[in-house]
Unconditional design. Structure first.
Length: 240
């Protein structure tokens, strides 16, 4: 009876050991998921560009190791290979914005070496390094959103935008217009051409401290200029 019980316990231990070795450690899994999270800002940024396809394919490659978590050796090799490939791609495509995937590449390479069966101390160190990388991505993304979206949306507009035709600057001296509007609060005056269109925009910047009455007066003075059409406040995210 004891012999059968001992054999059964031995079989259970072997089964448990087999299960443990057919799946990666949770630290490696966590770093692989962190790599996907770190690649998400790059995907979000790229979807609004003409190179959206490159960003989608690059992001998709980061998710590949997640499907290999039951094959530790394959997982580690794929993380290393993809990590190195992404580093090269980030450098080669830096002008295209592919550098945004560099943190994901680092996390994949950290995941490859974070298995505790080789050296638990090294695994913990690599996991901590991965946490710092992910924290840097989160903080960087938060600052990006604050600077380009939250802050402009909460800041009161300080630029008037007036519609003019594309040849307006050939008929009107922009320097004289600037001098004419300065007494009413204008700080900078410039023209933005609408590419491929017969329309352009005259943009007039004024200080935040300008009162509502002064803003109304400045708007009226802009409308008095020859050839000026619709005038409206331009949001900070569009006109700065």
């Amino acid at each position: 009876m004891n012999m059968f019980k001992s054999a059964g316990q031995k079989g259970e231990l072997m089964a448990d050991s087999s299960r443990n070795h057919t799946r990666i450690h949770r630290r490696q899994s966590g770093l692989a998921f962190a790599a996907v999270l770190a690649a998400s800002p790059g995907l979000v940024f790229g979807l609004g560009t003409a190179l959206a396809g490159f960003f989608v394919l690059t992001f998709a490659s980061v998710t590949v190791p997640l499907f290999m978590r039951r094959e530790p050796r394959v997982f580690s090799r794929s993380c290393t290979a993809l990590g190195l490939a992404l580093v090269a791609w980030s450098v080669a495509g830096v002008m295209l914005g592919m550098f945004l995937f560099l943190p994901a590449a680092m996390l994949l390479m950290l995941a490859a070496g974070a298995g505790p069966r080789r050296s638990p101390g090294v695994a913990r160190l690599l996991s901590a390094a991965g946490g710092l990388v992910l924290a840097g991505v989160v903080c960087g993304s938060a600052l990006w959103c604050w600077h380009f979206y939250v802050s402009p949306a909460s800041t009161r507009p300080h630029t008037y935008q007036a519609v003019i035709d594309a040849t307006w600057s050939t008929r009107v001296d922009l320097g004289q217009v600037t001098e004419r509007l300065k007494p009413f609060g204008a700080v900078n005056v410039w023209i933005i051409q609408d590419g491929g269109s017969d329309k352009a925009y005259l943009e007039v910047r004024f200080p935040d401290s300008l009162s509502d009455v002064q803003r109304t007066t400045l708007k009226r003075r802009i409308s008095d200029l020859p050839g000026v059409g619709r005038i409206a406040l331009c949001q900070v995210r569009d006109c700065g």
